[in-house]
Design a protein around this ligand. Structure first.
Ligand SMILES: [Zn+2]
Length: 378
């Protein structure tokens, strides 16, 4: 009995390894799989037959004469991941916007949806997420959705699927978000801190080495790519509530002088006493008091970037989030500050780029796909 269980487990593990290999390669012949995976021809034939039968793979015939230049004999056929039928949903629960993307197992985005979040209370926000996902899943009724990846703002315990806090949303505390969504939608749910998801989407098409990403909207979040790997761990890299002014401005977390109290839409709104977009418009029309707040924001953002670069040597910084729509009000000052103060490195070698349409939902789906594949029943 025990032996047969072990055999089943091995079969499943090998099937997942074969599927992941084909996914990484784009396409592969059975011969290539046999050589790369150290499996017998019989095992490769069995596994690929099961993967084809379940629709996880598709097979395409090679062209006559193209394989190995032989021009005669059997033409090997290629196996590739099916880009239809099976999907993962990525969700970005952002205070500015709710976004959902349908992503196939190749990692290609197929469809997108968005909705307005209501963050007046935790119940309102949860109901909004539930309604949007219900609509999306209803519209995808012909597709198999294998799992859901969620990009979440605030403090996140990704391992346990818990959204620990979202200071801008009253009552949002220790929400077992993954378990809740699993109970609503009957699919595995994987939670991630939203800047990690934006970073994952950024490096999908253009892999890079060491990168710092700051997502600034109603709050501020940070992610790091270190030698090609995203830095993850509970409670790590919580840049938002690092202190830049001891006993400074009140922050939504209850603390004082946090970076987020000066460098975020919510912070600028509290400091100016005006809703954020209106405050930004006033600054653009020359209101000196609000321009001074943007000046402070540039200073503290520059300080934060400088301090991070002392601890972590990034080759590139990506600034993203809703705040980038107003970068004319602060970015030159950030650059000037960095150029004047970064004594440990040549500022001109540091590339600062932007992403206005950051894709946290897409990144959440990309991060969920390997976990979904591990649990495929093959
Ligand atoms: Zn704070």
């Amino acid at each position: 009995m025990k032996e047969s269980i072990n055999q089943d487990v091995m079969k499943q593990l090998n099937a997942i390894k074969v599927f992941s290999y084909i996914r990484e390669q784009g396409k592969a012949t059975r011969k290539q799989i046999e050589a790369a995976m150290d499996l017998s021809w019989g095992a490769v034939s069995n596994i690929t037959a099961r993967l084809l039968e379940k629709g996880y793979l598709v097979e395409s015939k090679g062209e006559k004469g193209s394989a190995n230049g032989s021009g005669s004999g059997r033409i090997p056929s290629f196996l590739a991941v099916n880009d239809r039928q099976y999907y993962v949903l990525g969700v970005d629960i952002n205070i500015t916007r709710l976004t959902v993307e349908l992503v196939n197992l190749k990692g290609e985005s197929v469809r997108q949806w968005s909705g307005e979040p209501d963050y007046r209370s935790s119940d309102a926000l949860l109901t909004g997420v539930q309604d949007l996902l219900q609509r999306v899943i209803g519209e995808c009724s012909g597709d198999v959705i294998l799992g859901i990846g969620v990009a979440m703002q605030g403090i996140v315990d990704a391992r346990n699927g818990i959204s620990i806090s979202l200071p801008q949303c009253p009552g949002w505390q220790d929400i077992p978000l993954a378990a809740l969504l699993e109970s609503w939608f009957g699919r595995p749910v994987y939670l991630e801190h939203d800047p990690n998801c934006v970073l994952r989407a950024e490096v999908q098409d253009r892999p890079r080495g060491n990168l710092l990403l700051l997502r600034i909207d109603k709050g501020i979040g940070m992610a790091l790519l270190s030698e090609g790997r995203i830095f993850t761990g509970p409670g790590m890299l919580e840049i938002a509530h690092t202190i830049v002014v001891p006993h400074g401005a009140k922050c939504s977390c209850g603390g004082e002088g946090c970076l987020e109290a000066y460098v975020s839409e919510e912070g600028l709104s509290l400091l100016s006493g005006i809703a954020f977009p209106a405050a930004a418009e006033r600054a653009r029309s020359g209101d000196p008091a609000i321009l001074a707040l943007f000046g402070n924001m540039a200073l503290y953002l520059g300080v934060a970037i400088n301090n991070i670069l002392r601890l972590f040597k990034a080759d590139e910084i990506i600034l993203c989030g809703d705040m980038m729509r107003y970068r004319d009000l602060f970015l030159d000052q950030v650059r000037q500050w960095l150029a004047g103060n970064s004594f440990c490195r040549e500022p001109e070698t540091l590339k600062i780029s932007f992403s206005e349409n950051e894709r946290a939902a897409y990144g959440a789906a990309l991060m969920a796909i390997p976990k979904v594949i591990e649990n495929l029943n093959i």
